[in-house]
Design a binder for this molecule. Sequence first.
Ligand code: TYD
Ligand code: MG
Length: 454
Amino acid sequence: ATKIKVSYVCNACGARQPKWAGQCPDCGAWNSLTETAEIRRRPAERGGGYAGAALDARIEILAEVSPEERTRILSGIGELDRVLGGGLVTGSVVLIGGDPGIGKSTLLLQACAALAAEESVLYVSGEESPQQIGLRARRLGLSGGGIRLLAETCVEQILAHAAQERPRVMVVDSIQTLFTEALQSAPGSVSQVREAAAQLVRFAKQQETVVFLVGHVTKDGALAGPRVLEHMVDTVLYFEGEHGGPFRIVRSIKNRFGAVNELGVFAMGDHGLREVKNPSAIFLSRHDQPVSGSLVMVTREGTRPLLVEVQALVDESPLANPRRVALGLDQNRLSMLLAVLHRHGGVGMFNQDVFVNVVGGVRIAETAADLPVVMAVLSSYRDRPLPLDLAVFGEIGLSGEVRPVPNGPDRLREAVKHGIRRAVVPKGNVPKEGVEGLEISAVRTLAEALDAVS
Ligand code: TYD
Ligand code: MG
């Protein structure tokens, strides 16, 4: 009574299509559909349809459900505990994604070593042999005592071992190397990745084990994985950071047990990842003298305010369509801000290339960057440097109004801590009593903001 059904799954978005097509009808990616065979069990095998089905779960009344106490385990790596929302939650599944070579295995091995002092830890690797992992541990200066290793790629085997070991924490590196015997398709295909993850999630919930799934991400989406797993897991963390640079930023994209957009900041060195406890310091490039186009903004990612430097370069363009390039910021937002600057600030940049960059490879997803971006752009355009001890944040609306952003006072206090003495911020963000040591210009419109620094 088993039926095999063939369908086509998109590697980029995970959508399922009945027919093959060159372009995914759902997300528009090209050449991303791959054939998958799905084994369908007839209702008879599941227990005879509705009438005769054995009832495993029961219906409960919401008001009577007692919220279960979730226990947190601290890894001892502060920045990792922070992005997780205050430690590892038992029975939760955490997906850690990022480019190959960015430091996923390194971070998890370090976390395992720290955890192994107190908890039973199982590190499953489908990518490296125990010898290779041993070499890495030595390089990281970890004793490795207490960490159990398993080099295996078959999910059923992994779960059989795990059921015996009953680890409190299990790392699976990487989900793309796993395969389940239930499916015929190749390891790394969408259906394999999804089924393997589903089995691991079930295990985590049943055994109250914390499971970390490592997932490689590639820009063209050639590797299936992280994207299609996001909805199955409790927490999704992604590595960001400039390649070649020492800093690695881990951001929570989704977290059932904590804030999203929380950042953990690390520096990769010869002995692995080191926590950066005061990240504001690294995202400022500390010029000796004011330079035009450079400006400090206070962003707030997750629960922590952060000072970052925004740089802009505006230069006459040889092109008919001048370039607008935003690194670490949304490109469309930049175009919108330039339009607002023209309309409400009276400055047009139609024949200029505009480049904007956030120092240190951090991505800013919030609108508080609007005002700093416009001011940095204008500073470069006019070649007029802004003061070094100035910090700015604020959202800009289409009618040129400057709107408050969440947690203004918090941002202002962080700025003072790092030597900022002047601030241009939305009126609604200034606390009544002011902030000690800070001269604040509270502005309501873009025009007021531009006046405040001229
Ligand atoms: P890795 O954790 O293997 O990346 P991933 O698991 O995400 O693919 O990181 C490997 C890179 O990090 C590699 O380029 C070497 C570098 N590295 C260091 O710079 N210092 C170290 O102590 C270690 C272990 C790795
Ligand atoms: Mg790895």
